[in-house]
Design a binder for this molecule. Structure first.
Ligand code: CMC
Length: 391
């Protein structure tokens, strides 16, 4: 009993105050610490955005160099962590591996349990941001049976990740700078998105005072679902299933059919009732990557035509469904060489920045309490136990 607001899916409940990210879903606006996502994607770098989200301001040149060096210093993982991978089947989904391995980090860094010490919290945050690329690349390497590649401190964050993923000890890794830039931009676009499901999960887990690595593992678990981060994998699989433009109307009809659970993946958003500003940048980035790699993927044409057809359809207009960040990202990631199963891993890698920034903000907030929603009980009223022979 009690008078509670019933708000399934928290569509109208604010769970916290936050200074990190502002979204105006009707106008299609996304700001990090006040800066528009379009400007950050165009002019900034993922490391700079990470600094901004964690510290509140863009870094000076010196601060950025120091931050870069700090992150670089933490990129290696304990050698024993490699044994965790060997416990997985080779065909394990890399998100399953990521959940397990990131959770396991909590057993390696005992100093990070003192979450009330801001210095220790920052070290845990740096470790997480720094180790995610190494851990993600190792998940890929394990799946293809190649040796793990150690990080190199003279490379930038994203370049290093690409090398650990696609490089082999037998030869020097070469990559087009346009590809590094495109992936770095994709990371910027995924860095934070206020109180989405996985971030709320990290905050809820963290609100009990839990170990930060365990909290991020909880966020990864939540992100995996196809309604959330798993949508980038599902969107490209959908485009491939559609295969050619002639088949688009059939899928649009299915998405509109109330009796068919099918949804257009990469379409629609809880908050955006206008174009997702991240999708605008993503669409532009597809063209840049294709030009740099001199490739063309027919799935991009399917995506463009699907978007056009949906945006002119009454169902999608009425429900205000637009492409979201995940609609075009898969086409780029696939062109770079990532298998679809790695797409959500890349989302997790980038969102780690938002997760740790939000976790830090929560713990330093004096209003912070353990997250503990109430419920409306709809079960039986009190009754007496009946012995099994009488049932
Ligand atoms: N295709 C067809 N119909 C849709 C779609 C879609 N992609 N998305 C929503 N609808 C319909 C839905 O059936 C519902 O219709 P009705 O009011 O008649 O029941 C209406 O639009 C509202 O949908 P909802 O599920 O109540 O809205 P929500 O805010 O709970 O869900 C969403 C948002 C993103 C989960 C949903 O739009 C969806 O499932 N999209 C596909 C998955 C996807 O692309 N997810 C990535 C989100 S962006 C990246 C991230 O943050 O992870």
């Amino acid at each position: 009993t009690g008078a509670f607001t019933y708000d399934p899916g928290f569509t109208s409940t604010a769970s916290c105050e936050s200074k990190l990210t502002y979204i105006d879903g009707d106008e299609g606006v996304l700001l990090h610490r006040g800066y528009p996502i379009g400007e950050l994607a165009e002019h900034s770098s993922f490391m700079e955005v990470a600094y901004l989200l964690l510290n509140g301001e863009l870094p000076s040149a010196d601060e950025l160099t120091r931050f870069d060096n700090t992150i670089t210093r933490h990129t290696m993982v304990h050698e024993q962590l490699a044994t965790f991978y060997r416990g997985f089947r080779r065909d394990a989904h890399p998100m399953a591996i990521l959940c397990g391995v990131v959770g396991a980090l909590s057993a390696f860094y005992h100093d990070s349990t003192d979450i009330n010490d801001p210095h220790q919290r920052m070290i845990a945050s740096h470790r997480l941001i720094a180790k995610m690329p190494t851990i993600a690349a190792m998940a890929y390497k394990y799946s293809v049976g190649q040796p793990f590649v150690y990080p190199r401190n003279d490379l930038g964050y994203t370049h290093n990740f690409l090398r650990m993923t696609f490089g082999v000890p037998a030869e020097e890794y070469q990559v087009d700078p346009a590809v590094v830039r495109a992936l770095d931009r994709i990371f910027i676009l995924h860095a934070d998105h206020e109180q989405n499901a996985s971030t709320s999960t990290v905050r809820l887990a963290g609100s009990s005072g839990a170990n930060p690595f365990a909290c991020i593992a909880a966020g990864i678990a939540c992100l995996w679902g196809p309604a959330h981060g798993g949508a980038n994998e599902a969107a490209l699989n959908m485009l491939r299933e559609i295969g050619r433009p002639e088949r688009i109307p059939e899928y649009i009809a299915r998405a509109k059919d109330k009796d068919d659970p099918f949804r257009l993946m990469g379409f629609g958003h809880r908050v955006y009732k206008n174009y997702d500003p991240r999708a605008t940048v993503m669409q532009k980035t597809v063209r840049e990557v294709f030009a740099a790699l001199q490739v063309n993927d027919p799935m991009f044409d399917v995506a463009l035509q699907l978007e056009e057809m949906a945006l002119n359809d009454d169902y999608f207009i009425e429900k205000k469904l637009f492409p979201n960040v995940d609609f075009y990202s898969g086409v780029i990631l696939s062109a770079i060489g990532f298998p679809t199963t790695m797409f959500t891993v890349l989302f997790a890698l980038a969102r780690t920045v938002g997760w740790v920034a939000q976790w830090n903000e929560m713990i330093s907030d004096p209003a912070q309490k353990i997250g503990r929603p109430r419920q409306l009980y709809t079960g039986p009223v009190q009754r007496s136990y009946v012995p099994v022979e009488k049932r």
